[in-house]
Design a protein around this ligand. Structure first.
Ligand code: UN1
Length: 499
């Protein structure tokens, strides 16, 4: 299938994807695949106004009926899984298995949200006063701005949108300017669900195509009470305070610097497979990618001796081809960032295995990188920094406490894991004094979370939670109600106030 066929299979026509100023390139071979028209500030303000209007009626639709729209979206996504998965691969460069997996993640969260639409439970609370009832109710919040990154062009949108929609909130989506076609294709799928649904207001989903400044309009608007943003810590630093300034709610899912501890008792076969998938999958461009490997000195040599040859044999190439495990980096800047990090690591005393460019002759305009393993004498500044590329820093430890301390001594706090069959260690890793991350796993890697759990992390990861568990509460406003059904007016705290 040619690039154009992949795009048109998603229902995007030539006239829609030509004639604009935003050039979209595929990382697969670096060629141009679209030129999209962008939106200006006035356009986005009009979109926000439309979203506000949609909110006025959508919030009145019973939540289970709102769930029906998300159920239909899930059905349409099932039908389009292959087409959309391929487009994700073309635009983001992840291998097709992962492109399909990303669409599956969208389907899964739709299923979750449909069930949730009948479970937006509040509490009943015991009142201290005679003849009084207390409860907590959850109401729709308003327009939800969703800003997404290139590496997961569609799933994080779905985590946010599926919940926001059942919670009664219209969505305005600002996708990465590197992967806007996947967003437009998703919007097309959503339109189909809307048509089947029937009587939804217009403006439930609007897509903003444009650069950083377009996202800024959403971030600054008081009519967008929720801004959920996925991306770098630098992006979060720009978005978070702006949203806070106007007392909006920011849900931030930012950088990770995810670690794995491999203990003496670990099943090394499992560890090996988990390391490779989580460190080189998506060419190291997941926020959950494994970046730091903390090995007990007793397994260090054995494991590295196994790992280095696996890295040397990795099939790097066209992510649409069968059997390929490592696709391209998103662009030249990503490749330059990888090289710079490797240079610095060498200066810090690191021993580099792998790295460098692959397939330069075949794809002179694309950037395929050989994944790198770097043996580090200590956790230097470059190791503490998130480089969005397939670099795996390896460090050695002796005592368990030392491993946990090393693990937590980075600014980010997204995903983490331990490989150990010693229950004392695994439970300690999950305890209050263990991993400081939002996600902590045992005997599986840090990436590839299921949608049922809350997704997000601490420290520079931003503190937001999306997806499963009770993350839906981030998309609603909580109201505490006290109802007096007595004939008296007792005051709380026993206060006497006679008039
Ligand atoms: C991301 O990289 O922004 O846990 C999201 C995972 C995926 C989501 C990653 N379910 O790796």
């Amino acid at each position: 299938m040619g690039h154009r066929d992949i795009i048109s299979a998603c229902g995007l026509t030539a006239s829609e994807i030509e004639g604009g100023t935003l050039t979209v390139r595929t990382p697969v071979d670096g060629t141009e695949i679209a030129r999209l028209k962008t939106r200006n500030t006035a356009d986005i303000q009009a979109m926000i106004a439309k979203g506000v209007k949609a909110f006025e009626s959508w919030r009145q639709v019973p939540a289970p009926r709102r769930g029906e729209l998300v159920r239909l979206l899930g059905e349409e996504l099932r039908a389009e899984k292959k087409n959309l998965g391929r487009l994700v691969t073309l635009e983001a460069g992840k291998i097709l298995q992962e492109g399909l997996g990303e669409v599956q993640e969208m389907i899964d969260i739709c299923d979750f949200a449909v069930g949730l639409s009948r479970q937006l439970y509040g509490l009943t609370i015991a009142s201290e006063r005679l003849g009084h009832a207390m409860r907590e109710t959850w109401h729709p919040m308003g327009v939800c701005g969703v800003i997404t990154a290139f590496n997961f062009p569609v799933a994080p949108w779905a985590w946010n949108a599926a919940l926001a929609l059942v919670c009664g909130d219209p969505v305005i989506w600002k996708p990465s300017e590197k992967t806007p076609l996947s967003a437009l294709a998703t919007a097309r799928i959503f339109e189909r669900a809307l048509a089947k649904f029937g009587d939804a207001p217009t403006g439930l989903l609007q897509v903003v195509i444009g650069g950083r400044e377009t996202g800024q309009v959403l971030v600054e608007s008081r009519d967008v009470p929720i801004v959920s943003a996925t991306g770098s810590t630098a992006m979060g630093r720009a978005v978070g305070p702006k949203v806070a300034e106007r007392f909006g709610r920011a849900i931030l899912e930012l950088g990770g610097n995810n670690g794995m501890i491999v203990a003496p008792s670990a099943d090394l076969e499992l560890a090996l497979r988990a390391i490779v998938f989580s460190a080189v999958g998506t060419a190291g461009q997941r926020c959950t990618s494994l970046r730091r490997l903390i090995l007990h000195e007793s397994v260090y040599d054995t494991l590295l001796k196994r790992l280095i040859p696996v890295y040397e044999r990795l099939a790097i190439g066209d992510p649409l081809s069968d059997g390929v495990l490592v696709g391209p980096l998103i662009d030249a800047a990503a490749f330059a960032g990888m090289n710079k990090a490797l240079e610095q690591a060498k200066k810090d005393g690191g021993i580099v295995h792998g790295g460098g460019r692959a397939l330069a002759d075949k794809y002179p305009q694309a950037h395929y990188a050989k994944p790198a393993i770097v043996e580090m004498p200590s956790q230097t500044e470059i190791v503490r920094h998130e480089t969005f590329a397939p670099i795996l820093y390896v460090m050695k430890y002796r005592e368990f406490a030392e491993a946990v301390a090393l693990h937590n001594a980075v600014p980010q706090g997204l995903a983490s894991c331990i490989f150990s069959t010693d229950v004392r260690e695994t439970e300690a890793f999950l305890s209050a004094t263990g991993s400081d991350c939002g996600i902590a796993n045992v005997n599986i890697g840090p990436s590839g979370a299921e949608i049922g759990g809350a997704f997000g992390g601490e420290k520079e990861t931003g503190g937001g939670r999306e997806s499963g568990s009770d993350a839906w509460k981030g998309y609603m406003r909580r109201q505490t109600n006290t109802v007096n059904y007595s004939r008296a007016l007792p005051l709380a705290q026993g206060i006497k106030f006679e008039i």
